[in-house]
Every structure is written in structure tokens, then in C-alpha cells.
Ligand binder design. Structure first.
Ligand code: IMP
Length: 195
């Protein structure tokens, strides 16, 4: 497989993606000084395509991008595509998580359903009209208070029913097996093999 640019600067994501796709030629866009585009889409798919197209155009290589976030039923899908900046631009994971807990105050347990979504896209070139799109969904529930130190983002308040604990209490290996990102990556990997 030839080189693919990854529209992400997150070292953890890059390692995860290289391992699952078994490809060392996945190069982070930071190596090419790609300027990150504005994520103007209102869906995960749109934003993932915007990021992949931008990277592909800049590097003249095939590109992979992902967009992910948390969707909460009681909040009509919020924080959704603005998960990373739910409490405002520049907000920390802690700020976002605390805002979500405040917004969910008084919501009973049976109405606290939520899911993590991850969309991964692969563009063969910037004008590719048929991107490969893979989506992973991880069902859970918003807890009343945080627990656990692993992971990032909303992991301390995402209840995982199968393991009876917060996502932040799972080992990284177990999280990868279950998570929206792991699922989307494995689906994408299957499609890339039959290319
Ligand atoms: P991005 O796809 O890296 O832009 O992530 C969007 C945001 O969604 C992150 O900043 C987190 O707040 C949230 N998020 C996405 N995936 C996860 C996860 O696996 N655990 C916790 N939070 C996540």
C-alpha cells in the first residue's frame, strides 16, 4: 500500500490507526504542515470529509480522516459535532464534561441514553466522488458523576453496561475492542483490503 496522509495530529490516534490498518505508511498531516480546516459541517460525515479533502489536497496523497463525538438523546443529540468545544472554544475536557453533567441535572436514569459515534473516511484523492465511509457506534448512558482516570473526553461519565463501569475505568485494550473508533477503523480496514 502506498502512503496515506492522516488528517489528525493526535499521536494516540495515529498509533491506533497504524496498528489496526497494519500500515506504517500512514503519515500524520503535521509532517506536511497542513493547516487544519474549519469544521463547518453539521454532521460527523461532512466534517470527516472536509478534513480528509483538505489533507489530500495539500499533500497530493490519499487521505484518512475521522470525526467523532458524543450524542445524548435527552439533549436532542448534543453535544454532537461540537463535542470538543461544548463549553466553548478552547474548553478543556473537564469543562465540557462538567457542562454536560449540569445540562443533564434532574434527568432520570432511564432517560440518560447516549452513544459515541466515529466516522472514518478514506479519499483516494481530493476530488474523489466515492469516499469510503465507515461508522462506528458505541451505546451507553450518561452517569450522574465521573469515575475513572483512563481515556479522555467524556470517558469518565460514559457508562458501559457490559462491564458495569465507566469507559474511563476500562483498560485501553478493552476500550479499543468496544469503542466507536475501533469499530469504524476495523470496518475501514476491511474495505481498504478489497480496494
Ligand atoms: P475528535 O474527533 O478528535 O474531534 O473528538 C471530538 C470530541 O468528542 C473529543 O474531544 C471528545 O470530547 C469526544 N470524544 C470522541 N471520542 C471519545 C472517546 O472515545 N471518549 C471520550 N470522548 C470522546
Amino acid at each position: 500500500m502506498s502512503s496515506i496522509v492522516l488528517a489528525s495530529g493526535n499521536a494516540g490516534k495515529i498509533r491506533e490507526i497504524q496498528a489496526i490498518l497494519q500500515n506504517d505508511n500512514i503519515l500524520p498531516q503535521s509532517q506536511f504542515n497542513v493547516v487544519e480546516p474549519e469544521e463547518t459541517g453539521s454532521t460527523f460525515v461532512e466534517n470527516a470529509i472536509i478534513k480528509a479533502r483538505n489533507a489530500s489536497q495539500h499533500c497530493q496523497l490519499p487521505a484518512i480522516a475521522d470525526d467523532s463525538g458524543l450524542v445524548v438523546d435527552a439533549l436532542q443529540g448534543a453535544p454532537g459535532v461540537i463535542s470538543a468545544r461544548y463549553a466553548g472554544v478552547g474548553a478543556s475536557d473537564q469543562d465540557n464534561l462538567q457542562k454536560l453533567l449540569r445540562d443533564m441535572q434532574g434527568v432520570p436514569d432511564e432517560q440518560r441514553s447516549a452513544r459515541f459515534i466515529c466516522v472514518m473516511v478514506y479519499l483516494r484523492h481530493a476530488d474523489d466522488p466515492t469516499p469510503i465511509i465507515a461508522q462506528g457506534v458505541w451505546e451507553g448512558r450518561i452517569m450522574q458523576a465521573p469515575a475513572g482516570d483512563n481515556g479522555f473526553g467524556y470517558d469518565p461519565i460514559f457508562w458501559v453496561d457490559d462491564y458495569q463501569c465507566a469507559s474511563a475505568q476500562l483498560s485501553p485494550d478493552i476500550k479499543n475492542q468496544l469503542s466507536h473508533r475501533g469499530q469504524a477503523l476495523r470496518i475501514l480496514a476491511e474495505h481498504l483490503v478489497v480496494q
